[in-house]
Design a protein around this ligand. Structure first.
Ligand code: HEC
Ligand code: HEC
Ligand code: HEC
Length: 465
């Protein structure tokens, strides 16, 4: 075959391929409906409200507290910034003229009413599992919210990522649409937990690592991921939590945002639990039971270590208001670690080794996953920016130390926390991590952690026992 012939054939094959791709990628527009043409019964709307809380919809779709669901929140991805859309029923700028089938298609396939592919920053790779009934209830809930007229900011994505057709290629590689398939060998409540965790609550969106193209590595499900400058710890057998989680502690943590043997939910986990606090208890319990299964039974050794740790912290608390002995903290490690011990004694111990109980007192850091985590990020974020007060509500508060500690002191403190409270090898590249966080090179979202009265009803149950 001559070279010219081969080139001609290659061009024909590529053209057919490209045409086939465009045909495959094409989605029709769905005709708009007149807004306000529909009514919804209260029971359906109430069900939708619970589902929206489980799906964390309000967190991503709200940038101003007085305009819930009006979108405009900047979601920073490694590829650029994507702004969430307005999902209030405003007919011009929201989804007021979307029929229910258009909403369902968006949730199931990641395609908008006009037929454009949506970026997977919208976690439809999880929402695709939702039942028609749940989509119907969510639709009813959103269509009965206050309409807000506002158009979100244009996405900031470099060429060619700003071409929505390319998302169809991404979907071909990484997205399998389809409803949840129950496992008939498991109980109904296990299946309910699986449906929520894998689908609506999309826990893996943060807790599962992603590949270079931003898709979750499903073979490493729950092996730990990243979100908004924070580490979302592993929730499988490799969980770094000093005290192993079980379904009771998970259920308490997810409902209340903290647990006495684990500490509080910080960073992007804070709004997740804030929303879960208002959803049905039976749903949270199903989520907790399913997650406990993924975490697996801890080894006898790990369980004993956890129990011994709780006992030690309890003894420390009982001994006196503040137990803090020099040789306990300054004994180990090199020069930097010793300098870190001094910072800890001066700046941290009064709150973190006091008897003030959770959630308002600082947890004994031996119990926190922070010092045992795969990166120092969450500890750096908390130490630099603190735990800010929640506006008009009760919340634990910790001051930020960004203006108090130098990079060198912070690095020494981190090395010390790791060696005293963690049981893993020292963190690497601490200088770089501290520098990137403080300079804003790594963008970190900071959230407060409000504790509602509803949540405080469970305080007794969360005591260290
Ligand atoms: C992790 C953040 C995130 C969460 C959680 C989230 N969304 Fe979104 N959603 C987005 C983003 C970002 C877009 C826009 C994607 C784009 O422009 O391609 C979007 C788009 C949508 C759209 C398409 C709207 C349009 O105008 O094109 C609908 C409908 C929607 N979301 C509904 C929901 C519902 C219902 C929930 C909760 C069950 C939810 N979203 C939770 C980020 C999120
Ligand atoms: C938006 C991202 C995001 C989503 C969605 C999310 N998480 Fe998290 N999660 C995090 C981050 C970040 C942390 C670390 C928080 C911290 O340092 O306090 C975390 C921490 C946790 C912890 C504490 C782990 C430990 O060892 O301390 C548990 C348990 C947890 N998440 C469970 C869940 C479950 C269950 C879901 C789904 C219902 C979920 N998360 C959804 C980001 C997320
Ligand atoms: C004024 C009291 C106070 C001081 C001082 C303080 N903290 Fe905190 N810290 C808190 C409170 C309250 C919380 C939130 C409750 C919790 O999670 O323990 C918290 C949370 C934390 C957490 C998250 C723990 C978890 O897993 O939930 C870390 C890590 C932490 N502090 C480290 C430090 C370090 C390091 C210092 C010293 C540089 C320090 N804190 C100084 C009160 C304080």
């Amino acid at each position: 075959m001559s070279l010219v012939k081969m080139i001609v054939i290659a061009i024909i094959v590529c053209t057919i391929g490209a045409a086939a791709f465009v045909v495959l990628a094409w989605r029709p527009s769905i005709a708009p409906v007149a807004s306000n043409a529909q009514t919804f019964n209260d029971e359906l709307v109430a069900r939708g409200k619970n589902l929206a809380a489980l799906g964390n919809c309000i967190t991503c779709h709200t940038s101003r507290r007085d305009q819930p669901f009006a979108g405009g929140l900047a979601l920073r991805t490694p590829f650029g910034t994507i702004y969430s859309t307005n999902i209030t029923p405003d007919p011009e700028t929201g989804i007021g003229r979307w029929p229910e089938i258009a909403f369902r298609r968006a949730m199931r396939e990641g395609v908008d009413r006009q037929g454009r592919h949506l970026y997977p920053a919208f976690p439809y790779d999880h929402f695709t599992l939702l039942t028609d009934q749940d989509n119907q209830a969510l639709y009813a809930y959103l269509m009965t919210r206050t309409p807000v007229r506002t158009s979100p900011h244009e996405n900031e994505l470099p060429f060619p990522l700003n071409i929505r057709l390319l998302i169809a290629g991404w979907k071909l590689l990484f997205f399998s649409p389809g409803r949840f398939q129950p496992n008939s060998t498991k109980s109904a409540s296990w299946n309910h937990g699986a449906y929520l965790v894998e689908g609506l609550a999309h826990c893996g969106a943060c807790h599962t690592p992603r590949n270079a193209l931003g898709a979750e590595r499903r073979s490493d499900a729950f092996a730990g991921g990243e979100a908004e400058g924070w580490t979302a710890y592993a929730l499988n057998g490799s969980s770094p939590a000093p005290v192993p989680w079980n379904s009771e502690s998970l259920s308490f943590y997810l409902r209340n945002g903290w647990h006495a043997a684990h500490g509080g939910a910080r960073g992007p986990m804070a709004p997740v639990v804030e929303n879960l606090a208002s959803s049905q208890r039976s749903d949270i319990e199903a989520i907790a039971a399913y997650m406990a299964g993924i975490l697996g039974e801890p080894s006898a050794e790990r369980r004993q270590k956890g129990e011994a740790l709780i006992q030690r912290v309890r003894d420390t608390r009982a001994e006196s208001n503040l137990v803090f002995s020099e040789n306990q903290t300054v004994g180990r490690g090199d020069g930097a670690t010793r300098r870190g011990a001094l910072v800890y004694a001066a700046a941290c111990a009064t709150c973190h080794e006091s008897i003030r109980p959770a959630p308002f007192g600082g947890i004994n850091l031996a119990l926190s996953t922070g010092p045992s985590g795969p990166t120092a990020r969450n500890v750096i974020n908390v130490v630099l920016w603190g735990v800010p007060p929640a506006e008009g509500r009760r919340s634990p508060i910790m001051p930020g130390f960004a203006n108090v500690l130098t990079d060198e002191q912070l690095v020494a403190l981190l090395a010390y926390l790791r060696s005293r409270f963690g049981d893993k090898p020292p963190w690497q590249n601490l200088e770089q991590d501290v520098h990137d966080t403080r300079s804003g090179k790594r963008h970190v979202s900071i959230y407060s952690s409000p504790v509602s009265d509803l949540n405080l009803a469970g305080v007794g149950a969360g005591e260290l026992r």
